[in-house]
Design a binder for this molecule. Structure first.
Ligand code: G3P
Ligand code: CA
Length: 260
């Protein structure tokens, strides 16, 4: 099956999930540079706070799966995290832990505009401090008050409705996406309640409930779908009007989207 350039609501944009993480170790500079070189429209990352309150791009609560070390991210300082290798487990190429500051710098300095989808993880021991520190950083980079959601270089995404609400309350122009893996959450009033500008269903949820996209659009919200690595799912997303597709294979998904 091929995916045509023209879909009902326009071609979805491609977001590199944890970077081009199908080809390079997730959340490393190499994974994001590869995604940008492959033409990704957006980059997704998960952020957590270190014990000394630096935002780092790490998915899990611990570093055990993605580094040669062990330990809980929130109990380690940035300097401690820098002692470990976050690349060799995947590809044999060593890589340092990536800070959000480094990723923002890469994304904002890139030769064409790309959007950064920043996921705050909850529950965490620092609670709302994650959003406080994130907003501080986005303000420092002058991306916390975009002229409109469409022109924003940053989007804050979270499974936590409280996390989304904290961003909405303090940075009302920043786009936000409430993630979820059930239609009950995303098809109900949760996104409205926290003022999210988009919903973020998993592809498994969207396969069962494609009507979520139209429902969100009727309420003025876009749909961001994760993690879309199969061609048939890319086709589905294009057909039903998903705006953003997060994938571990951005080059492949882009190819599928331009094949007529
Ligand atoms: O982009 C949203 C998606 O990343 C949520 O799931 O577990 O991969 O962070 P997870
Ligand atoms: Ca994520």
């Amino acid at each position: 099956m091929t995916v045509g350039r023209v879909s009902r609501s326009g071609t979805p944009a491609v977001v590199a999930h944890r970077g081009a993480s199908g080809s390079a170790p997730e959340h490393t500079l190499a994974a994001y540079e590869l995604a940008l070189a492959q033409g990704a429209d957006g980059l997704e990352c998960d952020v957590r706070l270190t014990s000394d309150h630096h935002l780092v791009c790490i998915h899990d609560r611990t570093i055990d799966r993605t580094s040669n070390g062990t330990g809980i991210v929130s109990e380690m300082s940035l300097a401690q995290l820098r002692d470990y290798d976050f690349g060799s487990w995947h590809s044999g190429t060593p890589a340092s832990v990536l800070t959000l500051e480094e990723l923002l710098t890469l994304a904002l300095d890139w030769r064409r505009p790309v959007r950064l989808f920043i996921e705050t993880k909850h529950p965490v021991r620092q609670g709302s401090l994650v959003e406080v520190k994130l907003l501080e950083m986005l303000r420092r980079f002058s991306v916390a008050s975009p002229p409109s959601a469409d022109h924003s270089r940053a989007v804050v995404i979270s499974f936590s409705s409280s996390g989304v609400w904290r961003i909405r309350r303090h940075a009302p122009m920043l786009p936000t996406i409430l993630l979820g893996d059930t239609a009950r959450v995303l098809g109900g009033s949760a996104a409205t309640a926290v003022g999210a500008t988009g919903i973020g269903p998993s592809i498994e949820t969207l396969r069962m409930h494609p009507e979520l996209v139209d429902k969100a659009a009727a309420a003025g919200r876009v749909t961001y779908c994760w993690t879309v690595d199969e061609q048939v799912d890319v086709q589905l997303c294009a057909d039903i009007g998903v705006r953003w597709i997060a994938t571990n294979h951005p080059a492949q998904v882009r190819d599928w989207l331009v094949t007529v």
